[in-house]
Design a protein around this ligand. Structure first.
Ligand SMILES: Cc1cc2nc3c(=O)[nH]c(=O)nc-3n(C[C@H](O)[C@H](O)[C@H](O)COP(=O)(O)O)c2cc1C
Ligand SMILES: [Fe+2]
Ligand SMILES: [Fe+2]
Length: 392
């Protein structure tokens, strides 16, 4: 793929990774992804924003060589899917200066030993650089999703280069996001996996970039947002809306005892008008799971005791939920055990990242009897109470 013109004097370059199916060695990306870089030409100078995943180094260097040599290379983010080609880019462009946040300076050098450290210049929040009729304004946006991240606002064009923020894992030949129905699920997945864990800071950064009133937003994954209202509105909703009357349920059962308890809980929740989105722990689709957690008000883990703890497949789901820090208000756990309930008794300790209310676990020795089912029914009522809008 050759560089593509986004607007006169502004080019997209980078790579569309049609075949990639797993990100961060953990997260399925069924629609692939892209690594977007951008080249901006002013009357006097040129700037390159970010690079591509190093798997596409050769292609990327060819693209850079086909455009006017950049005076500035801007690294919005130190993560190698965007910074990985920078050492070679700096070698190929010997007069370029690399601009990044002060925090990114150290992180880029940590990750990329070949980067020429003496050619890196940190930029301050709000600092401007004039390319000749085109002004770059650097806006520090820490924790979207690493501590060193920033975005660049191209003032005259009112374009925002947002790197991972507002990105979507979506491989498409379309440069501009024309179809929100296709782009937004990919962006939601991206938000869930990458941004949700830092929601408090992302919320502040969302307000900071909203104030810029961008006319278009060019992220580092997925297509460019021609109508930013859709993606800005979606981020506002994912970050700020109260969660839905919906429980995400992760379930696993070796011989059916825990499954019987889980089924009883589903019936109780459904009877109360609470939707249940079930996930099989042993074939956990991490992408769908993370996406479902964005607007769930309850998380239910149904897992038996295995090796002195909840079933390992459930532990993975618990670890992921604790890391993603969704806005669920309540966590409910239940399961069967063979000889000691101890393994199932302290779910809060296994999910320390969650600020939710943890209900007392419901356990059954072997197959559940009337007493266990009554406790499960009470658990459905407690979940209902906990997720009412008036609940604390
Ligand atoms: C590999 C394995 C390890 C187990 N470890 C424990 C344990 O540490 N503590 C315990 O009380 N029960 C343990 N059990 C017993 C199960 O928790 C028990 O059979 C339970 O009823 C299974 O519920 P399920 O049918 O929902 O899977 C273990 C069972 C298996 C197969
Ligand atoms: Fe990233
Ligand atoms: Fe990225």
């Amino acid at each position: 793929m050759n560089p593509r013109t986004l607007r006169p004097g502004i080019h997209w370059l980078g790579a569309i990774d049609w075949d990639r199916r797993l990100f961060d060695a953990l997260i399925p990306i069924p629609e692939g992804t892209s690594y977007n870089a951008y080249h901006v030409q002013g009357a006097a100078k040129a700037a390159l924003f970010d690079s591509a995943d190093p798997a596409f180094l050769e292609l990327f260097l060819r693209q850079v060589a086909s455009l006017p040599a950049p005076d500035y290379v801007v690294a919005h983010h130190a993560e190698p899917d965007h910074s990985g080609c920078l050492p070679d880019v700096m070698r190929a462009c010997p007069s370029a200066v690399l601009l990044c946040t002060p925090k990114a300076q150290g992180m880029l050098c940590d990750l990329l030993p070949d980067l020429p450290a003496d050619r890196i210049r940190p930029v301050a929040d709000g600092e401007r650089i004039d390319l000749g009729g085109r002004t770059l304004r650097f806006v520090h946006t820490p924790w979207v999703h690493w501590p060193e991240t920033m975005v660049t606002f191209l003032e005259e064009d009112r374009g925002l280069f947002s790197c991972d923020l507002f990105g979507s894992h979506l491989a498409t030949s379309k440069l501009w996001a024309e179809d929100d129905a296709r782009t937004l699920p990919g962006a939601r997945l991206y938000y869930a996996q990458i941004m949700m864990a830092y929601a408090t800071v992302v919320r502040k950064n969302l307000e900071k970039v909203r104030a810029l009133d961008p006319a278009w937003i060019a992220p580092s994954h997925g297509p460019v947002h021609a109508q930013p209202a859709a993606i800005l509105g979606a981020y506002g909703s994912w970050l700020n809306d109260p969660p839905l009357r919906k429980a995400v349920m992760v379930r696993v059962s070796t011989h059916g005892s825990t499954a019987a308890m889980a089924d009883r809980l589903v019936a109780g929740l459904v009877a109360r008008g609470i939707d249940v989105e079930p996930f099989d722990a042993c074939s956990l689709q991490v992408d769908r799971y993370a996406s479902a957690l964005v607007d769930a008000s309850a998380l239910v883990i149904a897992a038996p005791a295995i090796w002195d703890g909840p079933h390992p497949a459930a532990l993975l789901a618990m670890t992921i939920a604790a890391g993603l820090k969704p806005k669920a208000r309540v966590v409910a756990t239940l399961g069967s055990y063979g000889w000691s309930p101890k393994a199932l008794l302290d779910p809060a300790a296994r999910m320390p990242g969650l600020k939710a209310q943890f209900l007392p676990p419901v356990t059954a020795k072997g197959a559940p009897r009337a007493e266990a089912f009554a406790a499960v029914d009470a658990m459905a009522a407690s979940i209902d109470d906990a997720i009412r809008p008036s609940a604390p």
